[in-house]
Every structure is written in C-alpha cells, then in structure tokens.
Design a protein around this ligand. Structure first.
Ligand SMILES: [Zn+2]
Ligand SMILES: [Zn+2]
Length: 217
C-alpha cells in the first residue's frame, strides 16, 4: 500500500481545467454514479477551489439537478479514465487527502508488529521478553497476537515484565485479566509480592517493606 502511494506521488497529474496539480486522495468507498467500486483505493482529484470546473459547476448543478453542488475533476490511477465528479461542497475530499507521513508511521508500526509476531516463535528459547512486551503494550496490534504474547508471559517468567505492564492502561479487559493472572503466577513462583504502598517487589514473607519501610498487613 505504501509502495503504491509513493509511486503515485512521483507521478504528476494536472487538471485540464485549471492546470493545477491533482491531489492524491483515498477513494470514497462507493462509486457515486453506478454504485460500483472505483477499482482503485486512490484517486487523483483537483482540489483547487478556483478551478473553472468547480467555480462554474454550482450554476450547472443547480440548473440541471435543482440542488446545491458542483464538480471536481478526478482521474483514476493506472487508467485513462477521468470524471467530473459531483460534490456537495468545498470540503468533500479535503478529509481524504493521502497523508504520506501518517502512512509512513503506520507502515513502520505494522512492520514492527510483524517482526515481534515472528519473534514470538523463538522468544522462549531465547528468553526474549521484548517482542512479548512490544505486542502487549501496543494497543493497535492485533488482539490475536496480543493474547498469544500474554500466554507467553508465565513461561518466560521474566520479572522485568511487571512494571511496564502494571503501568499500561489496557483497553481490553480480558487481556488485562490474562496479564494480571500471569503476573501473579510469576510473583508466586519467585516467592515475591508487590508492596501495597510503594508497589515495589518484596519477599512474600516480609513484614516490613525494604523500599518504603512501611509495616505490611
Ligand atoms: Zn482544476
Ligand atoms: Zn513499599
């Protein structure tokens, strides 16, 4: 998807009505005319508000269709098809302009997720907590992968997982329960507990917290 967009952004498409460069936009889900898809995820659209097609379109639409609207010139990438698309107002496509920086960020995050998922296969042998934590702390990662990561917490038994996970605000309460259960099992295996006052790890049998010096119940 990103490669496609980068390729499109190198192409120059110019509006035949105003000679201004067309803007790459995400295609709306439905073809306005016949209800079919555009056959493309992206469209090149003239968003120039001074474009003669757009400026003169209001009168034309009102005279012919008796409602408020105008036209934007658009081209479908990788085809010779172009349309004068009817729009209800100035803002019709401004929200769907392709944000290349956002797409690059999304792509980077997706690649990191993919890498972490692949690392889950070997993280137990390698005692590698990193991919497990990455997936659990990333609320955008697929829930299927995050659940699998949560199942690996106990077998990994790495105490280093506790603080970052305790500090994370889980949006999925089922996942949070699984994580909390794993943490309590890891603590039990290590004869540890969390101080109810300062949340540092202390021995199960401690009667005074060695970190905050408070008497424990
Ligand atoms: Zn134009
Ligand atoms: Zn304490």
């Amino acid at each position: 998807m990103l490669a496609t967009v980068l390729k499109y952004l190198e192409e120059k498409h110019v509006c035949p009505h105003c000679d201004k460069e067309l803007t790459l936009c995400h295609a709306p889900p439905i073809h306005v005319g016949d209800g079919l898809g555009w056959g493309s995820e992206y469209l090149f659209i003239c968003l120039n508000d001074d474009c003669p097609l757009f400026v003169n379109g209001w009168k034309h639409v009102e005279a012919n269709y008796c409602h408020v609207g105008s036209y934007r010139y658009m081209e479908i990438p990788n085809s010779n098809e172009s349309y004068n698309m009817m729009v209800a107002g100035k803002g019709a496509f401004t929200g769907s302009v392709v944000d290349i920086e956002a797409m690059k960020r999304q792509n980077k995050r997706y690649q990191q997720e993919k890498k972490a998922v692949a690392q889950l296969d070997t993280c137990l042998e390698e005692k590698n907590l990193e991919p497990v934590l990455f997936l659990l702390l990333d609320d955008h990662a697929h829930i299927k992968h995050r659940k699998r990561a949560a199942e690996l917490l106990e077998p990994l038994g790495d105490l280093g997982c506790i603080e970052p996970l305790r500090n994370h605000d889980f949006r999925d309460s089922n996942l949070e329960q699984t994580v909390n259960l794993a943490i309590s099992r890891i603590l039990a295996t290590n004869y540890l507990k969390e101080c109810p006052f300062c949340f540092e790890l202390i021995k199960v049998r401690a009667t005074v917290c060695k970190h905050c010096r408070k008497d424990l119940p």
